[in-house]
Design a protein around this ligand. Structure first.
Ligand SMILES: Nc1ncnc2c1ncn2[C@@H]1O[C@H](COP(=O)(O)OP(=O)(O)OP(=O)(O)O)[C@@H](O)[C@H]1O
Length: 575
């Protein structure tokens, strides 16, 4: 938690670069507002002194008119400043939010294992919103109020240097105190925000699994766990509030002392005939005015510390630069593509290898089925071919090109991955298939649905291709969702199809219904299909059996199935 809040927040100024007109406008409005605030006590001084010296009423009226004009001007400038600063804050933080979302969209699956969706939402939205609230406060209250303090001291000096001498140590002392205290509450604020994000992550996970929790009788446990987390958040929030509240109270006390001091010095100088009544009144006005910026800056530091912690959390997120795909620039040749693993070893973390010396070669159009016990490394092979990970040693290639050297978009356009997880977006059926690419012709969309065997289903939908699917809209069965995933692949027409247990969450009957569509999809394409149930691998040419990351069998499916001594035969028999 190193660094002061202001240093942490300075990273936000990068986002101010594109906002020159608003920044320039603020650069004019803020000093103007400060000038108007400083000028008001001077008007009062003149008014009082002219009144006491019985000056002509025209002069008094003119001073009063100027005072009113200054007050009105200040009102207009304050409203203008607030509006420009709020707009600036929203525009800059919206850009920050967009950067964060773009960054998250590039992250691999392990990033989402590290940050559950609820916690990510708290960072991408909660932290950014906290920053939006503070950006305007930062611009207006911290910088402008500091300027106001300097302006007041200057005005006092101009009135009488002895007055300035009384206030300068107070203002300086307050600022030094603030400097010492700034950042002290940050560890506590960080603990509060982490607890809050964890609570959101917990809620998101438990509400998403509400049905499972209810049917398995785990609701009471969930409520108890919620209470524990809420208590933790409450205790951390209370601790942060206690630490943060210390110095507004200190500054409040100091500023009261300064007003009493100003009053005493003014009365003393006035009594000795060295200060006019108007000047004494102006001095008191400045003393009151000085309280405002110092108190505002002080109380705002609580928010600023919270914002600085948000920036730290956002920076931590932005530092996660483990990219989701290969970073190369090469493209794949047109036409059918082969695939190859050449003596590949791989481990997720430094430690036990997950794959050891795995090799196979697929000619264009050839289909490989991978079977093996749970945890034997089947999905890892698929992820390597999809460019989600790089091997520790050995080579992974598609179409004769090393996957690591390929352009990610080029790879994804020719290689498709189907898993058991199907994300149905809250969007129309058409958008769910085209991934929001509105240039795709409806005829191609319908053809893809037909290939997937979904024609009867979608024709029954109330709004056809415009029917909204997903949460809160038209629900789908697990089988229909899986067919939708196949239709997405048909639409993209890739050369290589990778399937990672696409039917794992389906019952055998639904799985059988899906088989014709899967067979159509694999026809004429190079494919790697991972399946737990070896019976579901009818449509592949070759079989590779993995055991603890090592290839223990590899051959033609028909040959292995017919050989009673083979591992594959044993797996088939075991069912
Ligand atoms: N993201 C990850 N980080 C660390 N270890 C992982 C990760 N994903 C998988 N593993 C580990 O790597 C090993 C192989 O996992 P993999 O998912 O490839 O196995 P699998 O054969 O597909 O298993 P299953 O049949 O259960 O899906 C397992 O021990 C697993 O715990």
């Amino acid at each position: 938690m190193a660094g002061s809040p202001l240093r942490q927040l300075s990273v936000l100024f990068r986002y101010l670069r594109g906002e020159r007109p608003s920044v320039l406008l603020l650069a004019v409005l803020v000093p103007l507002g400060i000038g108007l605030q400083l000028v008001a006590p001077q008007m009062l001084r003149r008014f009082i002194d002219h009144t006491l010296s019985r000056s002509p009423s025209d002069l008094l009226l003119a001073v009063a008119a100027w005072y009113l004009a200054a007050a009105l001007g200040l009102l207009v400038v304050t409203i203008g400043c607030d509006a420009v600063a709020a707009r600036l804050a929203w525009r800059t933080t919206n850009r920050l939010r967009a950067d964060l979302v773009a960054h998250c969209l590039r992250r691999p699956s392990r990033f989402y294992q590290r940050y559950p969706p609820g916690e990510l939402v708290d960072r991408v939205d909660g932290d950014v919103t906290r920053l939006a609230a503070v950006m305007s406060a930062l611009l207006l209250e911290v910088l402008a109020q500091m300027l106001l303090v300097v302006g007041i001291l200057g005005a006092l000096f101009q009135l009488d240097w002895r007055l300035a001498l009384v206030f300068a140590p107070f203002a300086l002392g307050t600022l030094l105190l603030l400097r010492r205290l700034v950042g002290k509450a940050m560890p506590f604020v960080a603990a509060r925000q982490t607890a809050s994000a964890e609570l959101l992550g917990f809620l998101e996970e438990r509400l998403a699994g509400a049905e499972d929790l209810r049917t398995n009788g785990a609701s009471a446990h969930t409520l108890r766990a919620l209470e524990t987390r809420q208590t933790d958040l409450y205790l951390k929030a209370r601790r942060a509030a206690r630490v943060s509240v210390r110095w507004p109270a200190t500054v409040q006390g100091l500023s009261t002392v300064s007003v009493v001091l100003a009053l005493g010095v003014s009365v003393w100088l006035h009594g000795r005939g060295q200060l006019s009544t108007g000047t004494a009144f102006a001095c008191l006005s400045y003393a009151m005015l000085l309280r405002r910026p110092l108190l505002a800056v002080t109380t705002r530091f609580h928010d600023l510390e919270g914002a600085a912690v948000s920036v730290q959390r956002l920076q931590e997120l932005l530092r996660q630069d483990d990219d989701v795909g290969p970073t190369g620039t090469r493209h794949l040749p047109a036409g059918p593509l082969g695939a190859r693993l050449d003596r590949v070893s791989f481990s997720y973390d430094p430690g036990e290898p997950v794959l050891r010396d795995v090799s196979f070669r697929l000619r264009p159009g050839e289909r490989l089925g991978i079977v093996g016990r749970t945890g034997s490394g089947k999905s890892t092979v698929v992820r390597l071919l999809f460019g989600l990970h790089q091997p520790v040693s050995g080579g992974v290639s598609v179409g004769g090109q090393d996957v690591a050297g390929l352009d990610t978009r080029a790879l994804r356009s020719r290689v498709a991955l189907v898993t058991q997880e199907v994300q149905v977006f809250h969007a129309t059926l058409r958008e769910n298939l085209t991934f929001f690419d509105h240039s795709v012709d409806d005829r191609r969309v319908c053809a893809a649905l037909e290939e997937a065997g979904l024609t009867d289903w979608w024709r029954e939908l109330p709004d056809g291709l415009d029917t909204v699917l997903g949460t809160g809209a038209r629900g789908m069965s697990a089988g229909e969702e899986q067919l939708l995933a196949l239709a997405r692949v048909f639409l993209r027409d890739p050369a290589v199809v990778l399937m990672d247990e696409p039917t794992a969450r389906l019952d055998p009957h639904t799985e059988r219904l899906l088989m014709p569509a899967m067979e159509r999809l694999l026809e004429g394409r190079t494919a790697v299909v991972v399946q737990h149930r070896p019976h579901a691998l009818r449509h592949v040419d070759r079989i590779l059996v993995l055991d603890a990351g090592t290839v223990v069998e590899h051959g033609e499916q028909t040959v292995l199935a017919a050989d009673p001594t083979s591992r594959f035969h044993e797996l088939l028999r075991a069912g």
